[in-house]
Design a protein around this ligand. Sequence first.
Ligand SMILES: [Zn+2]
Length: 92
Amino acid sequence: MTNIEKNEGRQSGPVDCDAAVHELYHFLDGELTQERRDQIARHLDQCAPCGSAVHFESELRKVLADQCQEQVPDALKERIALAIGEADRHGA
Ligand SMILES: [Zn+2]
């Protein structure tokens, strides 16, 4: 049996669904290099599940920024985690 580890936290190389979802927050926060942003943007453009995940997340941020600067309810965090999990699952 071979134990295949995923390349968590890698900041280089091709962007697969795993990487895109993983770096989604950094992407939205503008914490990545321009090159990396381009790579991820390209994946999001071509991959519907990841594209909708990033859309959901960015819409959510807008709503949160509008409505409250305070705390994110746990229920909402769960929904975010679920949405990201959905996008994650389609790969492999
Ligand atoms: Zn994808």
